[in-house]
Design a protein around this ligand. Structure first.
Ligand code: PLP
Length: 459
């Protein structure tokens, strides 16, 4: 008997939802049905997905930014295939593998001055955990600060830096002394820093949840204050790094020089989970402080050959295909197109972002009937209208997007950075049609709200 993956997929494909219902997460399975995302995906390439019926969909989730290069980029795929044929000695552990050294060199070249020591892990949350440990070891201080609405991952340490009750509730007590700050508030930051017990302040240079772009002077000033009080300034670039905002690092928009940068998601080229925390040598040395402590922080699959090869191929493609510059140019066009819609539809209150991280925020309509429908929806669940837009884009336009955080009326777009004019036109025209429909209470958009409300109040 031989093992055939394609045979296995073919023979069991139709059981996908039943298997998840039984063995994995029935609540998610049910939710996908309600919002019309219960497809059987059979192929992914570039910015597109195909379902079992042969329909093509534009994927603006991009696995929350893991597919910046699109799916199945030929160069990364070739590197993966080549690696398998090489039978390299993977994970010897008592070893310093070449590919990890090369990827570290490639990353350091792209960092702001002074960041020259790399730690590789597997997920974004793990890179954040690393940053917290580095900050504590380097400063010998216990506390961490983070922003309201922040998202840095869902492991317990990272969850203690999460600014949304929706994620935190039920898992406490979380880390003591990890305290939340109001967004864009320098006085509140300085008040805490002055206490002299803060190891690190972690911030997403553009906040993923809600797509909040900090006030222009906030980040440079926050960095200055951190230096003044001996606190490490940490930029979590897990989602917005790797070219997403039209710079390799989003912190470059403000010429920041953080003490630690975290990366993940697209670093693995869409094939392998890989993450990194990149810091100053002096900070790294405080954790790995003696020969005896040379592995005091580590993870079994860190530096694995598959991940390192994917990272190297990804950096190569980013240079060859000018991915960062393309993201900046395409993002500008897309933001311009969506902003023009804001002039025409009163329910769009804001379009914001940089490069290809874009948020579209909605507000209550003025017309009485529509306003009543909005109010009923919001009473059942905050952010209901944004969910209706997500469902409409999926059902009528075959476009995958997400609500930009728990309980917000914001849609977040994270397209693969390889999209071009064709996709920009598709996105703007689809939003145009959905917003035109949403202006009519008897239209298809509001027609879905009863089912959603039922789901929102279900256990
Ligand atoms: C800014 C940021 N940090 C950390 C994480 C956690 O990454 P992971 O899901 O790979 O643990 C995420 C995930 O979305 C993120 O957006």
């Amino acid at each position: 008997m031989t093992f055939s993956l394609s045979q296995l997929i073919k023979s069991r494909q139709s059981e996908q939802y039943a298997l998840h219902q039984k063995y994995i997460n029935p609540k998610l399975t049910r939710t996908l049905g309600v919002i019309g995302f219960d497809k059987i995906w059979v192929r992914g390439e570039g910015a597109y997905l195909w379902d079992i019926e042969g329909n093509r969909y534009l994927d603006l989730l991009a696995a929350y930014s893991a597919f910046n290069l699109g799916r199945g980029h030929p160069v990364v795929k070739q590197a993966m295939q080549e690696l398998l044929t090489l039978d390299r000695p993977n994970l010897v552990k008592m070893d310093v593998p070449l590919l990890a050294g090369l990827l570290a060199e490639g990353l350091v070249k792209r960092m702001p001055p002074g960041l020259e020591a790399v730690f590789f892990a597997n997920s974004g949350a793990e890179a954040v955990e690393t940053a917290v440990k580095f900050a504590r070891a380097a400063t010998r201080r216990p506390r961490m600060l983070y922003w309201d609405h922040a998202f840095h991952g869902l492991t317990l340490g990272a969850l203690s830096l999460n600014g949304a009750a929706a994620f935190r509730d039920g898992f406490g007590p979380l880390m003591p002394g990890f305290d939340m700050l109001p967004v864009d508030d320098l006085e509140a930051l300085e008040r805490e820093l002055r206490k002299g017990d803060v190891a690190g302040f972690i911030v997403e240079p553009i906040q993923g949840k809600g797509v909040h772009v900090p006030k222009d002077d906030y980040l440079p000033e926050a960095q200055r204050l951190c230096r003044k009080y001996g606190t490490l300034f940490i930029c979590d670039e897990v989602q917005v790094g790797m070219g997403r905002s039209g710079r390799f690092l989003t912190s470059e928009h403000w010429r920041l020089e953080p003490d630690i940068v975290t990366l993940a998601k697209s670093l693995g080229g869409g094939y392998v989970p890989v993450s990194a925390a990149i810091t100053r040598r002096s900070i790294h040395d405080k954790t790995f402080s003696s020969l005896k402590r040379c592995q005091v922080h580590s993870t079994t699959f860190g530096q694995n050959e598959m991940g390192m090869a994917a990272g190297l191929a990804t950096l190569y493609v980013m240079d060859e295909e000018h991915i960062v510059e393309r993201a900046a140019a395409t993002g500008e066009k897309l933001i311009r197109g969506l902003t023009a819609l804001k002039e025409r539809y009163e329910m769009i209150s804001d379009v914001r972002g940089k490069g290809l991280i874009i948020g579209i925020e909605f507000q209550a309509p003025r017309a009485l009937g529509l306003k009543a429908a909005w109010t009923v929806g919001e009473a059942a669940e905050n952010g209901m209208f944004a969910q209706l837009v997500v469902m409409s884009l999926m059902r009528d336009h075959h476009i995958l997007v997400q609500v930009g955080g728990p309980g917000v009326n914001i849609i977040k777009l994270l397209p693969p950075l390889i999209i071009g004019d064709e996709e920009v036109d598709m996105i703007v025209s689809a939003f145009d049609k959905v917003m035109a429909e949403a202006a009519h209470i008897k239209g298809k958009v509001w027609g879905m709200s009863a089912e959603l409300i039922k789901h929102a109040i279900a256990p």
